[in-house]
Design a protein around this ligand. Sequence first.
Ligand code: FAD
Length: 383
Amino acid sequence: MDLELSDEQEAVRRLARDFVRREVTPHAAAWDRAEEVDRGIVKKLGEVGFLGLTIDETYGGSGGDHLAYCLVTEELGRGDSSVRGIVSVSLGLVAKTIAAWGTEEQKRTWLPGLTSGEHVGCFGLTEPGTGSDAGSLATRAVRDGDEYVIDGSKMFITNGTWADVVLQFARSTDAPGHKGVSAFLVPTDTPGLTRRAVHGKLGLRGQATAELVFDGVRVPASAMLGEEGKGFSVAMSALAKGRMSVAAGCVGIAQAALDAAVAYAGEREQFGKPIAGHQLVQELISDIAVDVDAARLLTWRVADLIDRGKPFAVESSKAKLFASEAAVRAANNALQVFGGYGYIDEYPAGKLLRDARVMTLYEGTSQIQKLVIGRALTGVSAF
Ligand code: FAD
């Protein structure tokens, strides 16, 4: 693996850095307080091509490889994890999954809108009673002529109240185990689908998170993504790539923590000199720096494997596990460098810590990533 970025990748990173400096960073604290990101950011993300990365230009995508996608995701996470999450879900979990599994008609129907930012996508797997054990989901899709009728509910759905389409998972056959699960693309204005915003989150407060309720929602059979009964494979393939995107966002959080800690340590004086000159403050800062580099290298390795067509799912779990725990550590260490000022929202460390915390929970908790890695190493499933 070549750790040197190509000219093209450097250009994408510069573009993302400038975009975030201009369009995201100045508003991040206000969006966090208001519990709502300005929706206009979606169109801007589309215009600059960030919602179409890795997607073929035939469908409105902006192409590029997975390393470029990671670079952009890292910069967005460095600016505001709420904005990063919009892209990780609408592009990462929805558009990329349609590109991988969709029929020609599904790709032409959904990808141009999702990649331009005209439409937003959300990913509905988790249910009120089903989180880590996603395969046991209870939402049902019953065949009725040329349609399916969907009943059930989905919980904690990122982009939920904003989305135009939900990639959702329901049990459509009585085949045992995960085999009965199928994936469906459901327009959110379909009668019978209602949404309720989830408020009061610890972090990612600017992001629109929702509960979705399906009450007799009718979709044509052509709304199924992938084959009947293959929905769990669709979900797991989406999450395998999604975990890389979460990891890249965590690298961004940790990098932001490092930037903030170094800058503050140079300005703040105690005991007659900048706190940067105290050895234990340097320990905090160097611990953050090592976490940033280690998380970034694990994440880039996943991108490299995907771009070379190699198996990557276990490496993606390792990157997500390490990077999410590292982001929490890094933000917490940065808060310590800020002392009492780290505890108030005038300074960035508190938000970084709140935003980092959920990364160890969604797209598979840290415990679930360890079970994935453990199964691969031992050949024994402990699920
Ligand atoms: P549980 O599964 O109930 O887990 C509770 C605890 O038990 C955890 O510590 C877990 O690690 C542990 N545990 C469970 N099983 C085992 C086991 N076998 N061995 C060891 N420990 C175990 N979901 C979506 O589908 N789409 C989204 O867009 C989405 N966005 C989200 C956004 C936010 C802000 C949040 C908070 C969640 C989001 N989720 C989304 C849901 C998220 O993926 C789940 O919360 C997560 O998978 C954990 O499920 P749970 O909350 O039900 O916890």
